[in-house]
Design a binder for this molecule. Sequence first.
Ligand SMILES: [Zn+2]
Length: 299
Amino acid sequence: METAFTDDVLHRFLLERAGVRGVLVRLGPAWREVAARADYPAPLRELLGHTLAASALLTGNIKLDGALSIELKSQDALRLLFAECTDQGRLRGLARWSDPLPRTLALDALRDAVLAITIGSVERGQRYQGLVTLQHAELAGALENYFVQSEQLPARIVLAADGEHAVGLMLQKLPDEGGRDAAHDDDAWNRVAHLTATLGSAEMLATAPEQLLYRLFHEESVRMFEPRPLAFGCTCSRERVGAMLRSLGRDEVEAALAARDGEIEVICEFCAQQYHFDRIDAEHLLSESAAPGQSQTPQ
Ligand SMILES: [Zn+2]
């Protein structure tokens, strides 16, 4: 088996006999790049891995123009969780927290938490945002719920992550079509859901995508499509950082200049790229009229 193609890859597949479509994402180097960006406590690193895998997973069955992001904000020790996958398969993510962080991060126990999925492009001004209700401790359960609510189709999502890999599996029942027998479809869906429930994190993390699907679903006629490559990649740019500074306003920019001998240094939290702005750059920025739809976090 080609090891080069088993990591950082998205596989779409059909279980033809069962009338189920699926996506399997396996991240290696792309995940390690994100995980190494901060000294994440173990439970948070795992959750960030789940979120990064999920952001790619959710792009599998949609026509994406721009990027898909999953963002969680709360007033608890886990303050921010963010992961994004672009239409080019570029992934980035980060989390912010304050110590002490609880050993188990139950999403449904977070104070004032909001989990949003955003799809589209800031530049083109076309964005759709959906809020995910947090009635599940785990991200996978919350996202399954989201699918049932937004698409009226049952879904199963399994996520796993350790220091090396982040893996996600998503299954969706295809809509009932006139020709198929609804009772048969329900049986098939229950069978597939049952098989999926037998999958443990360790097995998921240790097994190459084709092998994993074959092992789980060999009796369901797995049809795999051309895999899509994924990679770590950041969409930050001098223009975006400039727009972020402009949105802070003159007082804050002046204060930042004064604090560092007339130079503002911005380091991208996703990719560690450094951006520098001196007084002349800042003056130039502040004199431009603000572009609409700029957000302050994350860039
Ligand atoms: Zn960056």
